[in-house]
Write a protein that binds this ligand. Structure first.
Ligand code: 5RP
Length: 293
């Protein structure tokens, strides 16, 4: 391991230069993966837009029932036409989601937290590779806690999932968690996203922040942006727009869809930005027209 004294802060991101190792397969950093991995990634990222709308409803794995997710069995089937990927737990998928749906699956694979404990950074791999295969998962989502007490164990979880994912051609999505003692700065997110990519994650889920383009430029796999806490539809659409403009290959939104008064119209408006090049203002107009507001 290189010593860390005299570390020079990175600064040359060549933002305007496209990712170099892209000749062949359209998903960033996946050029040399095998067919099965590419197929799963193609299920997630639309080959036309290169992007994805992941609907996250895995909150129950540590929050239990939360506002807007009280009845997954009623909500999910309504949203299917407007999303590309179901990001959920195996329990939610098996009990509440019709298997005949044609959406990709980002399977929440770690667990071990609950709202009752302060330190959420100690998780385990709860879903083994066999069940991920049974669930036809297109990626396994692994929570990681850089800078938190559970850093080592969470990176061990990530590496184990990547090892078995490579053996059975299932991609891994590294989820950047922001522990209480971390600040949502570009410096933190640059560190966290790059570590996960260097460890072999095929997709990174993180948060939007200033200098986001630099985070994207320095990360050799696609980034999807989590929506975070519920804000106004206008702000959520602005977040989606800024993320895509900044180089994200999609969003992984939960609360800003399922806590919206009109979840389907909100998911559709996000899809306009992610797949059809709408600005946030155009998407907001679409949302208002669709909801007669
Ligand atoms: C919850 C998660 C969610 O997948 C992620 O945070 C996206 O959901 P939201 O847009 O509500 O933040 O990891 O544990």
């Amino acid at each position: 391991m290189a010593d860390t004294d005299g570390l020079k802060i990175a600064k040359d991101y060549h933002i305007s230069e496209p990712f170099a190792n892209q000749n062949g397969f359209y998903v960033r950093g996946a050029n040399h993966l095998d067919w099965g991995m590419k197929k799963h990634l193609a299920n997630i990222f639309n080959p036309k837009s290169g992007n994805t709308v992941m609907f996250a409803f895995d909150h129950g794995y540590f929050m239990g029932s939360t506002s807007g997710l009280e009845r997954l069995d009623l909500l999910i089937p309504r949203l299917l036409p407007w999303i590309d990927v179901l990001m959920g737990t195996r329990g939610a998928l098996r009990t509440c989601v019709p298997p005949e749906n044609r959406k990709a699956v980002a399977l929440r694979t770690t667990s071990g937290s609950s709202m009752l404990n302060d330190d959420l950074s100690h998780e385990v791999i709860a879903v083994d590779i066999e069940d991920a295969i049974r669930m036809n998962a297109d990626c396994m989502a692994i929570q990681t806690f850089i800078g938190a007490d559970g850093q080592l164990s969470s990176l061990d979880n990530l590496s184990r999932a990547i090892n078995t994912g490579l053996r059975f051609s299932i991609p891994v999505m590294g989820v950047v968690a922001v522990g209480k003692q971390m600040e949502r700065t570009d410096r933190f997110f640059k560190l966290a996203t790059r570590i996960l990519a260097e460890l072999g994650a095929n997709i990174i889920k993180t948060y939007y922040c200033e200098n986001f383009e630099e985070i994207v430029a320095a990360c050799p796999v696609p980034i999807v942006v989590a929506g975070g806490k519920k804000v106004s539809e206008e702000e959520a659409l602005q977040l989606a727009y800024n993320s895509i403009q900044g180089g994200a290959k999609g969003v992984d939104m939960g609360r800003n869809i399922f806590q919206s008064l009109h979840p389907c119209e909100m998911a559709a408006a996000i899809g306009k930005i992610v797949h059809e090049g709408f600005t946030d203002k155009e998407a907001l107009e679409f949302y208002k027209d669709a909801t007669n507001k």
